[in-house]
Design a protein around this ligand. Structure first.
Ligand code: DGI
Ligand code: FE
Ligand code: FE
Length: 196
């Protein structure tokens, strides 16, 4: 199937299944991911598809995300069981593959891990993680320095996004997903210990 037809189909699915704000956010992530991909010399079509798809697994409440993921061998952790919102990326990848026949591992990975990040992030994983933070509809205190860093130093920007998520999660008194800590440590150690 042609990429343009796929994006139109996916947009229609998201418009129907998610609320208008989430639809606008998804289009914003798609467009921002395309810009980042162009800037960093990555595949623009894959970035667009991963961007429009990234939150398609939202609203999976009541649809038993835990058992759906256990059934395909994803090892759902205690934290994810208690807070299934953490699983919407993995459910999104399932929907992408089952409903839209997206079989590209790079796209599926970027959708799966966009909430927590993971060890060994690919450039496309990083683009979607960052685009989710900086798309034009996002408006919060830390977004401005994160937006400036996005086109200067992708890894520095990734750490800034992770710091922001970790601060948000800690303020809420919730447990921190180990994949975010692993990703942040890995990037910082690759940079010799710090990105500041
Ligand atoms: O889906 P979005 O709102 O666009 O953004 P997202 O996929 O980054 O999801 C954000 C949600 O995930 C937000 O409600 C906080 C939650 N979250 C992210 N990291 C962690 C987390 N929740 C917990 N408990 N622990 C985390 O480490
Ligand atoms: Fe999300
Ligand atoms: Fe999102």
């Amino acid at each position: 199937m042609d990429k343009t037809i796929k994006v139109v189909d996916i947009e229609a699915f998201i418009r129907k299944n998610l609320n208008p704000e989430r639809y606008r956010h998804s289009v914003g992530v798609m467009e921002t991911a395309e810009k980042l991909a162009k800037h960093y010399g990555e595949d623009v079509e894959k970035a667009a598809l991963a961007g429009i798809l990234h939150d398609c697994g939202k609203n999976c409440a009541g649809k038993d995300p835990v058992n759906r993921l256990l059934a395909i061998g994803y090892p759902v952790s205690e934290m994810e069981r208690l807070d299934p919102e953490l699983l919407h990326g993995h459910i999104g990848a399932l929907i992408a593959s089952e409903i839209f026949d997206i079989q590209d591992e790079g796209i599926l990975s970027a959708v799966s891990w966009h909430t927590t990040g993971k060890l060994g992030m690919s450039p496309l994983d990083k683009i979607i993680y960052i685009a989710d933070y900086i798309e034009p509809n996002r408006d919060f205190e830390w977004v401005h320095p994160i937006r400036s860093a996005a086109y200067e130093d992708m890894d520095k920007c990734l750490v800034m996004c992770a710091d922001c998520t970790l601060t948000f999660v800690m303020k809420k008194g919730k447990p921190i997903h180990p994949a975010t800590v692993a990703m942040r440590n890995e990037i910082l150690l690759q940079a010799g210990g710090t990105k500041r």
